[in-house]
Ligand binder design. Structure first.
Ligand code: NDP
Length: 281
């Protein structure tokens, strides 16, 4: 496993395991245990995913020392604001059964995330989180937060995959020293991303799968990634990306696949803001 150094010198595995849409308790626990056994040392959950308890159980059952596992969670829009974010953090702590959470993120750039950001700085100052960051902050929101609070997030978790490459966003995050972590790195398998001819040819060349080519391409761009799977063989497959490299021409060829728009929904679309803001769980 390779590690990245966040802007506060905390080390984070470049590849992690995402658990969005693994809501069934036993399935989540088993998948996380499979991931830890396969060598993953970063688990990405959120209060929205309603599986923090299963993640915590799997971590304890794995028998691995706590300090070897990097745990990320996030609070949802309904918990934006200082007091609500503090309360949401306490619930996550309890659900996960962890005193210290490695990375705590603002899940969406909506609601009173300024108040939340202050709460997160308090938690950071108290040593209850090792790093704080954001998610789905497009460059305008990121610039707003940094310029007007002066506290730079350690990480920004955003959609990134061959069809939505976000080079401009990468440049902005780099400018501020914010590490990007790619969600839906495999485009959730939609839009035939895993059937793409160019990616399939590269997979043939390296005797790898398209998923492995994509994850290698992301990490070679200096981006962290958190693929999700409930299938043991895919969980193992997705972490086997550290024994080959793509060359410059191949990196450039993959760049031509960029469609320049999200595979899901844009965070600058008012309909998305309305839909996400009214999401309850
Ligand atoms: P991914 O791009 O990780 O794709 C997951 C899908 O791809 C699943 O359907 C999985 O199927 C399939 N898959 C996984 N590996 C392979 C493989 N090797 N070959 C073929 N198919 C494969 O999408 P996610 O949306 O899950 O994103 C990853 C993580 O990012 C989430 O789990 C979550 O932790 C985070 N996330 C964060 C968001 C945010 O707003 N901050 C938004 C969305 C996600 P199967 O499980 O059946 O194997």
């Amino acid at each position: 496993m390779e590690f990245l150094s966040l802007n506060n010198a905390v080390l984070m595995p470049i590849l992690g395991f995402g658990v969005y849409q693994i809501e069934e308790k036993d399935e989540c626990e088993r998948s996380v245990l499979d991931a830890l056994e396969a060598g993953y040392r970063l688990i990405d959950t959120a209060s929205l995913y309603v599986n923090e308890k299963a993640v915590g159980n799997a971590i304890r059952k794995s028998g691995l020392p706590r300090e070897e596992i990097f745990v990320t969670t996030k609070f949802w829009i309904r918990d934006a604001g200082y007091e609500k974010t503090m309360a949401s953090f306490s619930r996550s702590q309890e659900n996960l059964g962890l005193e210290v959470i490695d990375l705590f993120l603002i899940h969406q750039p909506f609601g009173d995330y300024y108040g939340s950001w202050r709460a997160m700085q308090t938690l950071y100052g108290q040593g209850k989180v090792r790093a704080i960051g954001v998610s789905n902050f497009y460059p305008d929101r990121l610039a707003d937060l940094v310029q007007n609070t002066g506290f730079i997030p350690a990480l920004n978790q955003v959609e990134m995959n061959p069809f939505f490459q976000q080079h401009e966003a990468q440049a902005w995050n780099q400018k501020y020293g914010v590490q990007i972590q790619a969600w839906a790195p495999l485009g959730r398998g939609l839009q035939d991303i895993l059937e793409n001819e160019l990616l399939k040819n590269l997979a043939d060349k390296y005797q790898k799968t398209v998923a492995q080519i994509i994850l290698r391409w992301l990490t070679q761009r200096g981006l962290a990634a958190i693929p999700k799977s409930t299938h043991r063989e895919r969980i193992v497959e997705n972490i086997r990306i550290f024994d080959f490299s793509l060359d410059e021409n191949e990196m450039a060829a993959i760049r031509t696949l960029d469609k320049g728009r999200t595979c899901f929904s844009s965070h600058t679309d008012p309909e998305t803001v309305i839909r996400l803001s009214s999401r309850h769980f």
